[in-house]
Design a binder for this molecule. Sequence first.
Ligand SMILES: Cc1cc2nc3c(=O)[nH]c(=O)nc-3n(C[C@H](O)[C@H](O)[C@H](O)COP(=O)(O)OP(=O)(O)OC[C@H]3O[C@@H](n4cnc5c(N)ncnc54)[C@H](O)[C@@H]3O)c2cc1C
Length: 458
Amino acid sequence: MISRRRFTSGALLAGMSGAGLFGVAGVSHARSATSGTIPWRNWSGGQFARPASRFAPTSEDELVSWLGSASGSLRPVGAGHSFTPLVPTDGHLLVLDKLSGLISHDAELLRATFGAGTRLGDMGAPLDAIGQASLNLPDIDRQTLAGAISTGTHGTGIQFHSLSGAVTGLRLMTTTGDVLDLTAESRPDLFQAACVSVGALGILTRIEMQNRTAFRLKATSWSQRTEEVLEEFDASAAAHRHFEMFPYTHSDFATVLAIDETNEPINNPLPSPEEEAAFAEALGALMTIPPGERRPVINGILQQAERSEAVDVSYRILTNVRNNRFNEMEYAVPREVGAACVREVLATIAEKEIDVVFPLEYRYVKGDDLWLSMDEGGDRAAISVHRTASEDYRPLFDAVEPIFWKYGGRPHWGKVHSLGYTQLSALYPKFDEFIALRAELDPQGRLLNDHLKTLFGL
Ligand SMILES: Cc1cc2nc3c(=O)[nH]c(=O)nc-3n(C[C@H](O)[C@H](O)[C@H](O)COP(=O)(O)OP(=O)(O)OC[C@H]3O[C@@H](n4cnc5c(N)ncnc54)[C@H](O)[C@@H]3O)c2cc1C
C-alpha cells in the first residue's frame, strides 16, 4: 500500500527518474554567463554567473566599511533558491551567511531578531529554546531569512501572511553607506517597500519577526477528487490552520494536506529507503505511458493510496526536504478566481498532452499592504507548476503563463516568469513609487543586474 504523503514526494522523484536525467547539462535557457572567474549557480542549475569576487562579511561593521570602499556592481545572495536571475552578477557577490543566528528577542511581544543570512531551518531550534515559533513557513527551510522575505516567500493558510508580512523590523544598509533601522511605525513607506525588495534597495543585515508560542502540529494527507476539493476549498481553508492541495496532471485526483494544532505525542517517521525506491519505480513507470493515456493509471494509484498522519513540532511539520531539482513557475491570482484558474491550467496541460508528472501546488495566502508583495491588496491563491531541472520548462510554462495573466496573476519574484516593467507596473499600484525609492537609495544603480533592469524598465 502506498501512502499519499509518499506519493507526493514520489511523483516528484518520478519526474526525474522517468526522464533519466539528474544533471543540468540539458538546460540552455535563462542563464546569465558573465566574464569573471568564480562560478555561481542557483539551486536548480538554471541560473549561472561568474561574479568577479565574493565578499562574506563577518560583522555589520565590516560590511559598512566594505560598502564604503568597494566600487562597481554588487548583488546580495541568500541560499540561491530563486529560479529567476535575481542574483547573477559579474560584479561582487555579497554572501550574508556569516551574519546569521538569533540576535535578540522580546519575550512579551513574542518577537525575535535574526541575522539576515540565517537559514529558515536554523531558526526553529533557537526559537523553541526561548518558547517561540514561526507563525508559518514555506515548503522547504533551506532559504535564508533575507532571501525569503525579499521575494515574498510564503507558506499556506488563509490566516497567514507571507513571511514578509510577519516582519516587524529590519536593518537595511544602502550602497551609499546609510544604515536604516525600519519599522512600520518609524518609516512606514520605506518599511513597506523593504519587506519585499528583491535585493534592490540595499543589503538586509538583521530582521525581526513576529512569532507565537512554540506549538505542535498534526499533518493529515489523503487523496481526493480534484473537483471535490476545489468546490470545498474555501470551507476547508477556513476549517484548518493550513490547507493545500497538489492536483495531479493527467488525473482527476489530488493529494490534499491539512495541518492543525495538536497535543498528541510526536510521531513523524521518515519513509524507509524501500518505500522510496518502490515509489520511484512505480511512478517512474508512468513516464513510459503517453500523457493522453495516463489518467486511468494515475487515478488508480491515487485511489489505492492510504491516508497518512504525522505529528511533530511546528517547524518540522511545515517544511519538507526536496532533494530532486526542478524549476518552478508560480502566480498568485485573486483568491476568488483561484479554482477557475487551476481548472484551466489542468485542462490545458491535458488538452496539449504536455508530458509532465509533477503535481501542481495550490494554496491560499492572506493579503497584506507591502508594496511588492504578490498578496498586496487582498487574499491570493498561489498556483505552482514544476518541471524537472534537466528538462526544458518552456513548453509547460509557455502554455500556462497566459492563463495566469488572464486571471490577474502576479508572478512570484523568485520563480520563473516572463514579465517586465509594462506588465508589472500595471499589477502593482506602488510599482513606480518603489522604482523611485530604489533610485534614491541606490543612485548609481550598483545593485541592478540585467533582470532587475527588465523588471524596473531601466
Ligand atoms: C525547493 C524549493 C522550494 C520552495 N518553496 C517555496 C515555498 O513554499 N513558498 C515560496 O513562496 N517560495 C518557495 N521557494 C522560492 C524561494 O523561497 C525564494 O526564491 C527565496 O527567495 C529563496 O531564498 P534564498 O535565500 O535562496 O534567496 P536567493 O534566491 O539567494 O535570493 C533571493 C533574493 O533575495 C535577495 N537577497 C538575499 N539576501 C539578501 C540580503 N541580505 N539583503 C537584501 N537582499 C537579499 C537576492 O538579491 C535576491 O534578489 C522555493 C524554492 C525552492 C528551490
